[in-house]
Design a protein around this ligand. Structure first.
Ligand SMILES: Nc1ncnc2c1ncn2[C@@H]1O[C@H](COP(=O)(O)OP(=O)(O)OP(=O)(O)O)[C@@H](O)[C@H]1O
Ligand SMILES: [Mg+2]
Length: 392
């Protein structure tokens, strides 16, 4: 592409507010010329880069709008610590059939057993799958609905909420309800019954709900609607919070927004990766997730792409993580790599995958396939990169 054409195009992309397409277009054009793509194939490649970037941004926007109190994922949930729920059951919920069936999920159990964690993680899955989510504690929901009632807008508010596919009500039972609060909670459950999904968490068994709501009849009617189409999970065991160290604060929730804290967070995660021997398996998993999320975040934000090598480098060190975790990370790194036009980024992502793939197994096979594909169909530089990594 001539320089004049390139700048003319980037002007047009700016006018269309399509930065991802703008970034990818020149490289794709080069590739298209090398490989003699049809006009349609080139246009498709450019547009799908933009659509991909927007869809993942949409996910982030929904996650933000959902107001989760923290960022938790299913992948970082340690099923060896929490043995009273089956991984398959949670993973099936993570496929979100319950949402499409307008069914509920009820998480019961003592403090620190992972109720809120699972509720958030399922909520985030829903956000990433394009669904709107609202998260709040039972107390917050009651306050919100109470306010709507006072201004005569309760019905409107409930109707509006019914259009949100997933509402999470956390912490039913920590604070007892007065009769008005109990009625408001009942109206929420009832308005959503068979229309849209709820996730409810509680530290109290259903048998104690009469006491929480100060009214056995209201409680029974609410439980009845809640559980009619629901997955009910009773978590047991000790609090995860109490089991020694917890890899708390290093979270990438803010990366991408708060530029000033990135360096600090980077230091922290790199340090942790250096000391992976001292981490528990679940902590390695959690750190891996944080690093991957970090990569996903900064990579979609041009000025922050400079951080990718550090994050990818730290991730590459986690070769002591469990096979399944490493396999998942390799898959995700390859997915990301495919979306990048920039050779440097491709190299960083594939190098990290290479360190994590291990000498043999599914992750290694998957990576080899990708490298093979690049040697076959890639540009000259991509071929060279793939060969170099293949030999390493
Ligand atoms: N099995 C687990 N694997 C990984 N992290 C866990 C697990 N269980 C709990 N945690 C973590 O421990 C902390 C407490 O868990 P969570 O907030 O989900 O507890 P909870 O059941 O909602 O407790 P509470 O009733 O006090 O609200 C969180 O940081 C959560 O991410
Ligand atoms: Mg909780």
């Amino acid at each position: 592409m001539t320089a004049a054409k390139t700048s003319e195009l980037s002007h047009l992309f700016r006018a269309l507010k399509a930065p991802a397409a703008a970034g990818a277009a020149p490289k794709l054009a080069e590739r298209a010329r090398d490989e003699q793509w049809s006009y349609e194939r080139y246009l498709e490649a450019v547009l799908s880069t933009e659509v991909g970037a927007r869809e993942s941004h949409g996910g982030e926007a929904r996650i933000k709008a959902a107001r989760f109190p923290a960022r938790k994922t299913l992948e970082e949930f340690d099923f060896t610590f929490q043995r009273s729920v089956k991984r398959q059951v949670i993973e099936h919920l993570g496929q979100l059939d319950f949402l499409h069936g307008k069914e509920n999920v009820v998480l019961l159990g003592p403090p620190g057993t992972g109720k809120t964690h699972l509720a958030i993680a399922l909520g985030i899955r829903a956000c990433l799958a394009g669904q709107r989510v609202q998260f709040a504690t039972a107390t917050e929901w009651v306050a919100r609905l109470g306010e709507a009632k006072r201004t005569g807008e309760l019905e409107d508010e409930l109707a509006r909420l019914a259009r949100i596919p997933l509402v999470v009500v956390d912490e039913v039972g920590y604070i007892p309800f007065d009769p008005e609060a109990a009625n408001l909670m009942f109206s929420l459950v009832s308005a959503r019954y068979e229309r849209a999904s709820l996730i409810v968490t509680s530290n109290k068994a259903f048998s104690a709900w009469g006491e929480i709501f100060g009214d056995d009849v209201v409680a029974a009617a609410m439980i009845d609607r809640l559980v009619h189409h629901a997955e009910i999970l009773a978590l047991k065991g000790d609090s995860y919070r109490l089991q020694g160290r917890e890899l708390g604060p290093p979270s990438f929730a803010g990366v991408g927004e708060k530029a000033q804290s990135i360096e600090q967070q980077l230091d922290q995660v790199q340090l942790l990766a250096d000391e992976q021997e001292k981490l528990k398996p679940s902590e390695r998993r959690q750190l891996g997730r944080i690093l991957l999320e970090g990569i996903q975040r900064v990579i979609s934000n041009q000025p922050q792409q400079q951080h990718v090598p550090h994050l990818a480098g730290a991730l590459a060190k986690l070769n002591k993580a469990e096979t399944d975790d490493r396999r998942m990370w390799v898959t995700e790194l390859i997915v990301l790599e495919r979306q990048q036009g920039d050779l440097g980024l491709k190299e960083q992502l594939l190098s990290a995958a290479n360190s994590l793939a291990g000498p043999r197994g599914k992750a290694r096979d998957e990576l080899s396939d990708r490298l093979h594909e690049l040697t076959k169909d890639g540009t000259a530089e991509e071929r060279e990169l793939a060969l170099r990594l293949g030999q390493a």
